[in-house]
Write a new protein. Structure first.
Lengths: 354, 354
């Protein structure tokens, strides 16, 4: 079992059966346990958890509809009503078993119900293992605005067991890789090369050390700046354009978060090149590596206008100016660069297919 | 200007025009200001605020429908959509101008919008000045369950100007006195006598020193235990029965929070006497003082059953046992006393009118 110290809790990486989870459950033996899943983790992960831990045999299970379009306040409200019916108190325990949507929504549900009760994250997707479940961001979307409503709050424990990855379809694995690529690009050029290499050669047999190194990048940044006053903003690299793309694509069948962020990273790398912060060689290396793995989508001029409108309402903005992260080099990122609509349009146009 | 140091912010008591509010606004001159009011404070307090501070001349004003029945998640959701439309970012400023409902809802709105942006409380009701606006509790009701959804979070500043009290009807002043009575009963027997004396003689010309002393009790408790792990629970004296009464009365035209808490305090004092924690003399003193000011409501056996059901879902409970505060003497309170349905029924029956 590998252990990374986070803000007031531990991240344990390894076989869940050998982790401290069992001990934690015995400490909570007198209270109610709730397990939050979505339709996918209900089917693929829940029975493993319940049959492996006796203390969970009488846990209440709350099932959310799968899909980013259901990460909405109305559904959180329904769950709060359910918890009230179950008589859940602030001493009970919530276990979030699922991907980023489950840890985001479950963390928010637990953080606000009776002003907060404890929760544990057991991420089942790669995206959630390397990113979403770490760092205390919780929340839901408001219409198309991603994570518009939420709070910063940490789980009491986080268990990462890569055996859950076997339950994932390939596009979900790919989605997780995008955040790993990001961790390399913003913090460690050598990590970027290792992630791309693994993705090209054996994406489904991800190396535990690589997983650890990616988690370390995320954890190191968020423990230094838990509420995103400064440094933490570098984790948004690829997300200014990425969130707008993901939000806009919701209406047309959806795009995975990682796919949108991967495209966002190429666009923000292009912007870094246009501003002469990185060289053309560096840009080409990034573009070639990423576009080989993630298809650049087609979009019209109308789509561009809609995406620019979404970017203008991003959480990271100060008084209506749009700010983004840009690369100083591969492995180093800076934040709070103000960008204008003309520049956004230039970048979107550059990647527009005829 | 009197200043009390709270958790990471100051409580200033005195004329708002002479407080640090003007300086604070100048520090926020570059960002959007939002003022949250309800229909009452829109009518009676808003123009004073806007005309007194130039920096607020172009503030957006959000008006909520008045009344506890509107302290609901759906309304908070509407406000979040409004803030999104206004393009509010996490660097902007919310000013809560109103009673406890406004500071509770506004605090929650600001705490969760884009994972939190700063807010200031300017309480306009006595209840809010001595209680609700202090201590970081924010939230909304979920159906009949009071403050079921919320977070702990503090304003960046709190300004108490008693001139706003002139805008209040008498029953609202009375509602505020109930929490002042509570501060005396749980912490300071002499303060209890002073509060009752002022209430009997000149309730509308409340003494600033008395206001200060009551705020000090609340502030001292919440700074010692901000998230209610232990000591802070004594502030719930009167609220186990009081919340059930208030919740139950919602359907029949409503009862002020203070009125319900005053009745709840008499009931919990009765329970303290039944358990021989306080003497009959002490109990009689409390009952006589409070019942003279707050009418004991009439209720049926069916009402009793409904109120007991509400008490079973109180936030303070651990694994379905109902816990309450009881008095050790006038001026001292203890918490986490487990009470059963038979005892609740006995107390409700004692005060039942034929």
């Amino acid at each position: 079992m590998q252990i990374i110290q986070a803000n007031n809790y531990n991240v344990e990486i390894g076989n869940l059966m050998e982790s401290s989870f069992s001990k934690l459950l015995s400490e909570y033996s007198d209270v109610k346990k709730l397990i939050l899943v979505d339709e996918n983790t209900q089917e693929h992960c829940l029975s493993y958890l319940i049959t492996s831990f006796d203390e969970l045999s009488d846990a209440e299970v709350v099932v959310l509809p799968a899909g980013e379009e259901n990460k909405q306040l109305g559904i959180v409200g329904n769950v709060w009503e359910m918890l009230t019916e179950y008589g859940i108190t602030r001493h009970d325990l919530l276990i979030n078993l699922g991907g980023g949507m489950i840890s985001d929504m479950g963390g928010f549900i637990a953080s606000c119900y009776k002003r907060g009760f404890p929760f544990v994250n057991i991420p089942t997707s790669l995206l959630s293992m390397v990113d979403a479940s770490i760092g205390g961001k919780t929340g839901v979307n408001l219409g198309h605005f991603k994570n518009q409503i939420g709070v910063f709050n940490n789980p009491i424990a986080l268990y990462i067991d890569k055996s859950f990855l076997a339950t994932l379809p390939d596009h979900e694995i790919k989605s997780g890789y995008a955040e790993m690529i990001k961790h390399g690009l913003i913090h460690n050029a050598e990590l970027f090369d290792r992630v791309m290499e693994m993705m090209r050669t054996n994406p489904n047999e991800i190396d535990v050390q690589l997983l650890m190194d990616c988690i370390q990048v995320k954890n190191s940044v968020v423990t230094q700046d838990p509420t995103e006053k400064g440094l933490r903003k570098i984790l948004n690299f690829g997300h200014t354009f990425g969130h707008a793309i993901e939000g806009h694509w919701m209406e047309r069948g959806g795009m995975t978060h990682g796919h949108a962020v991967a495209i966002g990273m190429v666009m923000e790398a292009k912007l870094s090149e246009l501003r002469r912060m990185i060289s053309s060689q560096e840009y080409d290396k990034i573009e070639n590596a990423i576009i080989q793995q993630y298809e650049m989508p087609s979009y019209s001029d109308t789509d561009i206008d809609a995406m620019i409108a979404l970017m203008s309402n991003d959480k990271k903005n100060i008084s209506e100016t749009v700010r983004t992260c840009l690369l100083d080099t591969i492995g180093k990122c800076s934040f709070d660069h103000v960008i204008g609509n003309a520049e956004m349009k230039e970048v979107f146009r550059f990647f527009q297919k005829n």
